[in-house]
Ligand binder design. Structure first.
Ligand code: C2O
Length: 536
């Protein structure tokens, strides 16, 4: 195993997209930023230098961070932010993981432009459990606003209503020629007949789940969230913010140009966004060919397309990569996730109320001191440990009473005993409107053992759980008007954030944290905090 060192300079840079220009926050001047390469077992040291006017922190999304919560990154959860002019070295070892993940800023809305890929190769000499592709390519999907994204969310918070949707979607930073700017070029992938290509697809968008497909080429899915899956073929994948998907394409055509598209998936009858990012796959020697084979993305609300893909995902569950699904459960939790409405006398556009979001009707309040520090140094008054394991009112999807809408506020965590097993049912409330919630858990992978529409029914639904080869991941879409059940082992001491990965919902409060402790052995407690850990 090696030590890999990276320098991430967070700097402002003028960027041109959609025929206009604005300053953005970047890492090393690029958005998407640098790809972080490592092998399983390597130790990674990233020196982050904050040279912008904002406070900054970086999260290594999906990296387990076993006992190294100090390097996880969410601001005010595992660290105080890195202030302007300061540096912080993230230091973690990649244990038992290989595949594609992403890094991104974890404060304010900076991850709009501060994000990039993490590529973890298997240990030296260890092959992939599928035929080795000839070429590998990172494909980062994103969103672009013409205006400053901090203004977008600040205006929305003042008014109490939803922020503007983005002006374009992007593939590797480029929208391609779109209606608002026909001259904007798109990402090009050049391929050669007879070769195979592994695309490491990452959804780094702020607020939208996306469909992705390529004209004339099937995608063989081999991995999601840095966990191998049983390979299967599909025309279209669906990918939520924070999720990653590795697919292999075979370049079987002799020539031509083929369209690659990324477009929103939103389980809503109202088309709030129908913009498509366009890139091209072109065969060697045919660059600039006058005709491109086109493809049309699925309609925005095609739940059928999304479910067909999601239901095909299974853990590889081989001898080398077994799916160790917890069978005996210590903590059985039921969390409702969704939007709500609270009074806001100053919210004009919201008519005296504001949209909020919560888990079990609790809107999480960001502390002003890191929760992990508060826990480690036993600082009182930063958080309470009374996060409820069930909603305050019996939840009924069909009988949506107004009492389900209001939330209370607090910085509450749920305490899990080290190495205990957890079953967590995430129930979408969908009371205000259909809502998708891609929920991300820091510090763990979990198994997605069940999913359904309407109300979760413990007696009936538990019988149908897949406890053999459920997909293992770190971010999961809670279906609109439905539920998912996940299981994991709390084998990582620390404070671990869980939140909706649609940034607007996180901002509104759809977040909480698990505190995993009671450890007494060396593997059950945190490594000591690094000397350069930022102060609040
Ligand atoms: Cu990718 Cu807490 O985030």
């Amino acid at each position: 195993a090696k030590v890999r060192r990276y320098n991430f300079n967070v700097v402002q840079k003028q960027a041109n997209r959609l025929c206009s220009s604005k300053p953005i926050v970047t890492v090393n001047g690029h958005s998407p930023g640098p790809t972080l390469y490592a092998r399983e077992g390597d130790t990674v040291l990233v020196n982050v230098a904050n040279r912008v006017k904002y406070n900054v922190s970086i999260h290594w999304h999906g990296i387990r961070q076993l006992r190294t919560g100090w390097s996880d990154g969410p601001a005010y959860i595992t660290q105080c932010p890195i202030q302007p002019g300061q540096n912080y070295v993230y230091n973690f070892t990649i244990t038992g993981q290989r595949g594609t993940l992403l890094w991104h800023a974890h404060i304010l809305w900076l991850r709009a432009t501060v994000h990039g890929a993490i590529v973890i190769l298997p240990k030296q000499g260890v092959p992939y459990p599928f035929p080795k592709p000839n070429v590998e390519q990172v494909v980062v999907l994103g969103e672009w606003w013409k205006s400053d994204t901090e203004n977008v969310i600040n205006e929305a918070l003042k008014s109490g209503v939803a922020p503007n949707v983005s002006d374009a979607h992007t593939i590797n930073g480029l929208p391609g020629p779109v209606s608002s700017c026909q001259t904007q070029g798109g990402f090009r992938l050049s391929v050669e007949n007879g070769k195979s290509y592994m695309l490491r697809i990452i959804n780094a968008a702020l607020n939208e789940e996306l469909f992705f497909k390529i004209a004339g080429h099937q995608l063989t899915v081999v991995e999601v969230d840095a966990v191998y899956v049983k390979p299967f073929k599909t025309d279209t994948i669906v990918i939520a913010p924070g999720q990653t998907t590795n697919v292999i394409i075979s370049a079987t055509k002799s020539s031509g140009q083929f369209m690659m598209v990324a477009s929103p998936f939103m389980d809503s009858p109202i088309a709030v966004d129908n913009k498509t990012a366009i890139a091209t796959v072109h065969y060697t020697g045919t660059l600039g060919a006058s005709t491109t084979t086109l493809t049309i993305p699925p309609p925005q609300n095609s739940t059928v397309t999304a479910n067909k893909f999601i239901d095909s995902l299974r853990s590889l569950n081989s001898k080398n990569f077994p799916a160790n699904v917890p069978l005996k459960i210590d903590h059985s939790l039921y969390f409702t996730v969704g939007l709500g409405i609270n009074p806001c006398p100053t919210c004009k556009a919201g008519n005296g109320s504001r949209v909020v979001a919560g888990i079990n009707n609790v809107t999480f309040v960001m502390p002003t001191y890191g929760l992990l520090q508060a826990h480690y140094f036993n600082k009182k008054g930063v958080f309470t440990t009374d996060f409820p394991g069930n909603p305050p009112h019996v939840f009924n999807f069909t009988g949506s009473g107004p009492k389900n809408l209001a939330t209370s506020t607090g910085t509450k965590v749920y305490r899990l005993k080290y190495n205990s097993t957890v079953q967590l049912v995430l129930q979408d409330t969908g009371i205000i409107s259909p809502e998708n919630h891609p929920v991300h858990l820091h510090g763990f992978n979990f198994f997605a053992v069940g999913k359904g529409l309407g109300n979760y029914n413990p007696k009936k639904d538990q019988k149908n759980f897949n406890l053999v080869d459920p997909v293992e991941r770190n971010t999961i879409g809670v279906p609109s008007g439905g539920w998912v059940a996940i299981r994991f082992r709390a084998d990582n001491p620390g404070v671990w954030f869980m939140h909706c990965h649609l940034e607007v919902h996180t901002t509104w409060g759809l977040k909480m944290a698990f505190l995993v402790d009671n450890g007494n052995g060396p593997n059950e407690s945190l490594v000591p905090p690094p000397k350069d850990l930022p102060k609040c």
